[in-house]
Design a protein around this ligand. Sequence first.
Ligand code: GLA
Length: 728
Amino acid sequence: MGIKFIKDKKVFKLDAKDTSYIIAVVDDEQFIGHVYFGKRIIDEDVNYLLRLEEPPYVPSKNNRDRVSFYDSFPMEYSTHGIGDFRESSLQLRDRDGNTACRLQYISHEIYKGKKKLKGLPATFGDENECTSLEIKCMDKDLNLEVDLVYTAFENLDAITRSVRIKNCAEDSIALTKVLSTCIDFEGINYDMISLHGSWARERHISRKNISYGKHTVSTVRGESSHQDNPFIALLDSSATDESGNVYGFNFVYSGNFFTQVEGCQFDTTRVVMGINPVDFTWVLEKNEEFVAPEVVMVYSDKGIGKMTRTFHDLYRNNLIRGRFKDKKRPILINNWEATYFDFNTEKLLSIAKEASSLGIEMLVMDDGWFGKRNSDNSSLGDWIVNEEKIQGGLKYLVDEVNKLGMEFGIWLEPEMISPDSELYREHPDWAIKIDGRTPALCREQYVLDLSRKEIVDYIYECIKKVLSSANITYVKWDMNRQITDLGSICIPAEKHGELSHRYVLAVYEMMDRLTTDFPHILLENCSGGGARFDPGMLYYSPQIWCSDDTDAIERLKIQEGTAMVYPISCIGAHVSDCPNHTVGRTTPFETRGHVALAGTFGYELDVTRIPKEDREMIPKQVEIYHKYNDLIRTGDYYRIENFSQNNCFDVWEVVSKDKSEVLVTCVQVLGRPNYHSRRIKLKGLIEDKMYKLEGTDELFSGGALMYGGLNISLYGDYSSKLLHLIQL
Ligand code: GLA
């Protein structure tokens, strides 16, 4: 286990639970090569995989074909401009405008545990959980140090990578591309999975066969985005949920990212992932460092499902922090779909009163409580309570809600500024924009130039004041537009490309301040629904609003895609009113509850106005939530049937870690005439143990449930069912 350096072979062997990752230093010139990534092997020297005895050979044996070497050797970290014409990971502009870079091994360090990444979110682990390796390499001509940083987790098939670059030269140097991982895989016949979408249909699963050429997933929207998620999986084209090799890559970053799978000329496949080089530059003065964010790499020898469960375990244990890391979250009711901007103290209290009597535990006041915000066209930046709506003030409202036995949460959008705001009238230059050009509005708002410390400080103090003014225990941190017209009056031309990354770093800094100053607050990230559903955000908030689309059926695909990578304990999911506000669909209240259970669970409706029959179901749903949430939050998640593939039926299950309990959720999207019941085969149980189906006397062995299956009958469109089985 852990990480070893085999000195005589110059090999680094990183062993995670059932995974090996091998790097070798070769040739007199100390090139760093990627040897192996896959199922754990006992060998320490598998350098034959590098084919160094075949043409074009290493440069010390065949310097005339140096370019051929560069262009075929599996570089552990590819650099631009020297002959490796596949995707580079590092590109720069030196004093003379040259862009090439060549790295050679210098030294290394291996240590137990994992260091923090300065200013960036990242997975963490103590000395018993992981071992880290830092390989120092250098471009001696440029006097540029590049540290390749790795961590292997002992009990999980996860390896992380990041990169640290230091300019040791006298002159400044501009980094124009710094990716965080690069791996060359043998072979060309892979599939690639990525998560795509748009507002209200985030993270739908896309799987395609890749071959030669470049297959890119990226964003330049300034946020990780609705459209593309910073995740890809490379998998055997024959891999299924249960079988085959799968390599998952997830970028711990919330801004512009770039990831690419490239089928190359000698039938190898290169995967890279990192900050998008578009609109990126980072100038390093003498002795300055740049730290590239972390990529989490998960290997599964048993299909997509095992990859999923590894990501879930890693994120629940080694990424999510804070008071709610391992805790059940309060069931909240959010007034957004209930009232939109049309609310006041009285209305909110009437919702709270009814909600508390039904067992709901927290009221969240959404957008519209500040400045003059009665629609989405004003007041962002004016974080002052509008006492015309919140009569009696915020503290009064919160106290009244508390008196009902409920907690209180609030919506904020700290990164934004409305042109129609006091803040903008006073500081028109605080918005990101290009001098002399009219900036593009989006939802009638601009983005604050958070690369400026005085703006970060000002906004943070405003929200701190609000959060300190009453007993607020939850914040929904929203971010409702993409970033355009990149310009800052405080960034000089040569550093212009730093703005996007500086913006993301500032958001992290603000969230860090908030979670440090208010450790009791449950932070839920949100971005026009789920446009920033990424591991970077999970480091600060244990849950993220998954989508503005709360329709139970639309949510099946959104939550299936999201849960492929992210634990269901962090998926913000609410029961809302029907006809659904996004798609106009009417689904049974019960089904809406079952689907929201595969997430944080809450309500987003006017509980005083929904049909009586629906309202009467809430106490039962609350009871179900409390009964199953420990299992749902901490268990292993398995996909049984995928609506994304079959278009009519969805089944997932959560099995407790000790396999003694399983909760199965079945949703029939469309009823079928004249068929037998559906047969579903459970997963992850103990074959020769007996399980009892709750509410019946029926007993089944784990084997019967997994290999024989259960017969499920559902009647009607959008109908659903929960099945709970407990081991005897
Ligand atoms: C975004 C969020 C919604 C709601 C609105 C308020 O769209 O995703 O849940 O908070 O903003 O403006």
